[in-house]
Design a protein around this ligand. Structure first.
Ligand SMILES: Cc1cc2nc3c(=O)[nH]c(=O)nc-3n(C[C@H](O)[C@H](O)[C@H](O)COP(=O)(O)O)c2cc1C
Ligand code: SF4
Length: 463
């Protein structure tokens, strides 16, 4: 029996007759949670979010309540800002896009509650430059919400004022990194800031306290207010609460986005029961579980994890790739991460040298160039992989690749360093024979190879 989806954020998305218009949203009970929130005290909402255990859906999985807790109203002499990170540029990830394009008012309602809770009067939605239509949809939704007084001055008859502006990026991956995003929003080149001291909660937008949250994270806020933090915390598993939108791309029969309670199903159940199995009945070779920067997991590997028994005690367990539950903690225990929820499935015909080369081209192009290990290293990894791929490998290239990657991770200003090093570190070690064969001039080990990384890449919209 396949595990049923738990559609909380995507409850109405793709339902026949459900539109982006405010009248439709109101018909389905929209903005009721905002009205409820406005009867509560801001700190009480923050307390509910802490109780809910909600972790950020943008990549790092950081506790949302704890992040909000860093904004200390008593110490603030400057205005507090909130930024919705709608950059969604991690390859393999396309969930925020579903929300923005098909249920924009849900995001606005979540943002309005988050802003009210944290005494924010000015917020921004920083949207990926390629989402031209998405920006237009959001702008229309903001105008509608203002006309109905769910945004603007005196929201829903209270004394609370809030303005939300949409800001379009120019299509750079690094603008998704929160401090790069803030620089870009300030009108500058998106060079990430060094932390400390530039933690957004302390020195964020215009050097003021700033909350940066992902689209999906902010949508969750309205559901936490609706059901209460304790009820929300019952969804999912302890420390991995709520639901998660998962984007599946690659070699499965039915790719797409799905929503499940966190940890409710394993990688194998997702591939076989939800996505119809591996394409053409072929064998599973590898999975990237959290967007292209997550470390690759190889079929046949064994992972040591901690698992909770029914009596509450913890036991050490060894599991295979298909048995990994899709939650933050277990994926971290496998050495990879839940990241942005983008799950890329690769079958036995994928040539790992070519897949990694494809990833490396992306990261070399997207490095902001501010720090030397990342700027030079990402380019060198791309060049080495290019020569391996095209039959011009050197015998020591495998070691060299690993060495370059090891000298990037942990040595840069922002986590892009890890994002570009982790794929290389994991692919080269786990599929060493494929890389060595190329390095020694013996060509691909695959008789019928299929090289490009099988991710969904949204086309630039021209609206
Ligand atoms: C290179 C890089 C790119 C990122 N891109 C995104 C992105 O496109 N969207 C996003 O929400 N978070 C992205 N993040 C994570 C953000 O820096 C930040 O942690 C997140 O927006 C916080 O929101 P959350 O706590 O709700 O997850 C990126 C991080 C890095 C290092
Ligand atoms: S790690 Fe890369 S992307 Fe991040 S600041 Fe340094 S050069 Fe820029």
């Amino acid at each position: 029996m396949p595990i049923a989806e738990k559609r909380l954020i995507s409850e109405h998305i793709d339902q026949p007759g459900y539109t982006v218009d405010i009248d439709c949203y109101l018909k389905y009970g929209g903005y009721r949670d905002l009205q409820k929130a406005l009867t509560m005290k801001g700190p009480d909402i923050v307390a509910e979010v802490k109780l809910s255990g909600l972790r950020g859906r943008g990549g790092a999985g950081f506790s949302c309540g704890m992040k909000w807790g860093f904004i200390d109203p008593k110490k603030n002499t400057k205005p507090v800002y909130l930024i919705c990170n709608a950059d969604e540029s991690e390859p393999g990830t396309f969930k925020d896009r579903q929300i923005i394009y098909k249920d924009p008012h849900q995001l606005l309602e979540g943002m309005a509650i988050a802003c009210y809770a944290n005494n924010v009067h000015l917020a921004y939605i920083y949207i990926r430059g390629e989402f031209v239509l998405g920006a237009k949809i959001l702008e229309k939704a903001i105008a509608e919400a203002k006309a109905r007084r769910f945004l603007g001055k005196g929201i829903a008859g209270t004394k609370y004022d809030l303005e939300i502006y949409v800001h379009r990026g120019a299509g750079a991956y690094i603008c998704g990194e929160e401090t790069g995003l803030i620089e870009s929003l300030e009108g500058k080149r998106p060079y990430p800031r060094i932390k400390p001291p530039y933690f957004p909660a302390v020195l964020g937008l215009y050097m003021s306290p700033t909350i940066v949250n992902n689209v999906e994270t902010l949508c969750n806020i309205k559901h936490i207010v609706a059901m209460g933090g304790a009820a929300f915390a019952k969804l999912g598993t302890p420390n991995n609460t709520g639901t998660r939108m998962l984007c599946v791309s690659g070699d499965v029969e039915k790719p797409g986005y799905f929503e499940f309670e966190v940890g409710a199903l394993t990688i194998g159940q997702l591939i076989n029961d939800v996505c119809g199995g591996i394409k053409g009945g072929r064998q599973l070779k590898a999975v990237i579980p959290g967007g292209s920067s997550a470390k690759v997991l190889k079929a046949g590997e064994r992972y040591k994890i901690k698992s909770k028994k029914p009596d509450g005690t913890i036991e050490d367990k060894e599991i295979g790739l298909e048995d990994i539950p899709l939650d933050f903690d277990t994926l971290a225990a496998t050495g990879s991460m839940a990241g942005s929820g983008g799950i890329i499935v690769m079958d036995e015909t994928r040539d790992m040298v070519e897949c990694l080369s494809n990833i490396a081209v992306f990261y070399a192009h997207e490095s902001c160039g501010q720090c030397t290990p990342c700027r030079e290293g990402s380019l060198w990894m791309k060049k080495i992989l290019h020569r391996l791929e095209h039959g011009r490998g050197h015998p020591d290239d495998v070691g060299l690749l690993k060495n370059v990657a090891d000298n990037i991770a942990g040595k840069t200003i922002c986590a892009f360093g890890e994002a570009c090093a982790w794929p290389v570190q994991s692919f080269v070690v786990k599929f060493k024979n494929e890389f060595e064969s190329r390095a020694l001039g013996n060509g691909s080990l695959l008789p019928k190879k299929n090289g490009l990384l099988p991710v969904a890449t949204p086309k630039t919209e021209t609206v």
